[in-house]
Write a protein that binds this ligand. Sequence first.
Ligand SMILES: C[S@@+](CC[C@H](N)C(=O)[O-])C[C@H]1O[C@@H](n2cnc3c(N)ncnc32)[C@H](O)[C@@H]1O
Length: 278
Amino acid sequence: MSKSISFLKRLAKVILGRAAVVEIVPLTFAGWKMATGTQVPWHRGGGNQRARSFATCDARMADLVARREVLLTQFRQESVDSEVAALKWRHYFVHWTASEAACLRYTHENNFVELGVCDGLTAWYAAMARQGAACKGQFYLYDAWAAMRGDLLTESERTSAGSYAYLSLENTKKNLSFTGFDGFVFNKGYIPESFAASENPETVAWLHIDLNSALPTLAALDYFWGRLVSGGIVLFDDFAWPGYEDTREKIEAWSDARGVQILHLPTGQAIITKRADT
Ligand SMILES: C[S@@+](CC[C@H](N)C(=O)[O-])C[C@H]1O[C@@H](n2cnc3c(N)ncnc32)[C@H](O)[C@@H]1O
């Protein structure tokens, strides 16, 4: 234990009293409302193949952002590098679940779907996770790439109306071109009505929902659940975040009605997997 930590422990005991349990642990990660002292997957570049693949992928994104080759318009440009670094645990779960879905062998095509694409940041990690998996299939991306509409929001979400008006589909396409993957299908329009006019996959191996709104999230779940292959994965981004309680409540009611279990992640994300009997 370093001298400074031991000093802080003694100081805390003096202030808080002998009965207080004081644990001071050096942080290995802090960001996106979570902090931990555990050994992170990317410790020393990663201890196994998938962790190494993530570490390489994450370093590549950090470099592209630092050079402003990838332009993330959803963040303030002064702090964009630290914003991406703070999302590392989130991106690890995106990359891990996408890698797993890319390896599924019960399906002819390992199609990916993302609802809520923005600048393509999470889609970038998922597309990179396909590399080396030798899987077929395409990556279907859905977003309005325009201001959020008030009529698609619940009462408690109404303040988000007008958000994301600045997005550009062309910028997202350019950002994703750095993945080298040529199977993207861009579906521009408001969910759920856009499904009628979009090019949609018949089967899905990985479904990422990041819409910051409960009603389109539920509609997307209903639309794609029947297309999700056995072993397929659904990853929710804003599941347990303050301000998105409506999303969480609707997903929980939906999953209870189907006997489907939710894995809560400390990042606020959540995962559902598809079993053959659901
Ligand atoms: C939090 S952002 C997505 C962030 C992205 N996954 C990333 O890389 O971090 C939410 C996105 O959902 C989109 N969106 C929200 N409601 C929508 C709707 N009803 N139809 C289509 N897109 C919608 C917004 O345009 C925005 O790009």
